[in-house]
Structure formats: structure tokens, C-alpha cells
Design a protein around this ligand. Sequence first.
Ligand code: PLP
Length: 373
Amino acid sequence: MPDSEIYTNPRAKTWEYSVKSDRGLAQAFHRRLPGYKQTPLIPLPGVAEELGVHGVFVKDESSRLGLPAFKILGASWGTFRAVAEKSGLSLDSSLEEVAAAAGRSDTVLFAATEGNHGRAVARMGKILHVPVQIFMSRFANRETCEKIESEGAQVTVLTGTYDDALAKALEESRKNPNGLLIQDNAFDGYEQIPTWIVEGYSTLLAELDQQLEQQHLKATTVVTPIGVGSLGHAVVAYCKSDARHIHVLTAEPETAACLHHNLKAGKRFTIETSATIMNGLNCGTVDPISWPVFVAGVDASITVSDLECHQAVQYLQNHGIDAGPCGAASLAALRKAAAIDPRAANLDKDAVVILLSTEASRNYPSPAPATLL
Ligand SMILES: Cc1ncc(COP(=O)(O)O)c(C=O)c1O
């Protein structure tokens, strides 16, 4: 379903998100995890010059708590909080206390994934010493399965899509009396854990806030990739709260642009998706708890082709940033929006643009002969 038209919502400019959760709890938890440190904010002066803006920076999530994507921020907090609350433990309990409680209740973790979320849940299972079962769509590749298995999880690859993998993970988690589904998207009757996962992602944005403040800068646009939308939900919550009024541009693959199509139609529905190098963004259904936040708070949405994304991967890698396709989608989207309509990305000479680069480089089938930019 190729479609590169830009969607814009002028009303999002002044919309205010009302903060419902205490994001400080998640940040305090992440600081207690072994190996926690802020991920870097890297300037891209060449892109800033090309676009005629004050600055362009990449929040580089290529190494987050020892994993090659940001997803562990949500999976770790969602799992920790679910086990702690189920066991009646307070949220400042130690990892050891929560692991002991999970062991006593024979907890088994279940999740569906395109890769990174599953690996993050598998890592959390390893930290808490509990078994993990992961379900994947037909788009899963062997290398990704092996990485998840290397965390000690059992991986099942289905013949269907991500949505089929999700249905299976739910079914299996319900069959097991101690099963706990750790999913990063909500559905009817399953909203609490995805809400905590969104809360977990807020740590990335709290870091960004501090890093910009240290440089006496204020972001004017944040570009975020969208799969089911949980990360985007956290981004909109940050950009549209505390009177920040930061412009949000969302990036999706042409072949899996569920949010883009839903926003244009003004209603939420599932779309058919097909293969893309941006595996983590290959989702057909927007997270229902994130949808109202997107309708109100996304300023612009654009789709990018695999080739545009591949060129952005090459640019970032040639400039020392270890970005994979999902992460480079942000740069591809910014360049494309700038070329079609700079106002859609809120670009002017004073603009400070943040690109969320959500994963490290990885192998993928090159959509075109390599062109060094
Ligand atoms: C690397 C990467 N970037 C971005 C996303 C999109 O996140 P979300 O599904 O919360 O929209 C994903 C999702 O799996 C991902 O793996």
C-alpha cells in the first residue's frame, strides 16, 4: 500500500497531554538496573546545514542496557511492575525480591514480537530467572530468533502475521495458570501492562530533556518511528506536556503504515502489511490506548520506502552512528518531509530536531545496490 503523502493536524500544535502517571518511578527503577546509563545524543551538523535549521540530533538507542534497541526500557518496567503488583510488593523492591516472588509463583512470561520487544522480554525473564515463550510472525528471520533464544527463551514462528502471533501468545498465556502476557500493545481487557510499557519508555525522553538542557537547547520537533505506537505514545506524552508544545512527526514504512492510514481515515482499523526492512515497524494495528493520544497530539505523519530508509541507514553509518532500519526511518522521514513540505516537520532556521534512532545496525536484505552517500 505505497503512500507518501503527508498527514498533518494543525490542532495538535496547542494540544496539552495531561500526565496521568508518575514517570519518576520508572526512571528510578531503570537507574537500579545493572549497566544503566544514558544513551548518547549525537549532533548531525551536515543534516542541519542541508535543511537550514539550528540543529539536528540523534538520540542513539543502539546500546540500551546491553541490548541493541530501546525496547528493554518498556519490557523491563512492564514486567517488573506486573510481577511486583501481582505479588503485593512495593515498586521500590529490589530485583532479587521480585525474582524470588516470580519464582515462588512459577511465573511464565509470554510475548509476541517482530524482534526487539521479544528479546527484551526474554532478557527480563533471564534477569528474573523465569521461563519465557515468544511468538513471531512469518516475517521473523533466523538470526533474530537465535538472538531471542540466546536469552534463554523458547521461540515459536507462525505462518501468519504479527497479529496472529499476538493472538497465539495470548491464548498460550491464558492456558498457563501462571502465565503473564507482557505485550507492548493493548487490546480489549488488556491495558494495564501496555500502559506501564509506555511509562517505561518515558525514561528515554527524560534523558533527552536533561541532555538538551545541558546544552541550553529546546527541541522544536521530535521524529519517532511507529510500529504499534507505544513508543510514539510516550513521545507525544512528553512533547505535549508541561507546556513544551514540541512538534511530533511520525515515521512508518510504506508497506506497514497503520497509523498513517488510520489518521488519514480518522478511524482505527487494521491494515494488511507486507515485508519491510524496518521489521520492528511491521505492524497492522495501532495500539488502542495510544490511538486517542495520536489523534490529538501527532502534528504530522509520513511514510518512507525501504530504499529511502536504506539510504538513511547508510548516511548515519557513514557518520559514525550505529543505526539499523527502524532507527534510520526517522532521518528518512525528516528528509522526505523537508523536501515535500518543511512546515510538516516544523522546520525553520531556529528548529532543533530530534531523531529517535531506535535500534543498532543489523543485517537486512538491501533494497538497492549500495550507494555511499
Ligand atoms: C527498533 C524498533 N524501533 C521502533 C519500534 C516501534 O515501537 P512501537 O511498536 O512501540 O511503535 C520497534 C517496535 O518493535 C522497534 O523494534
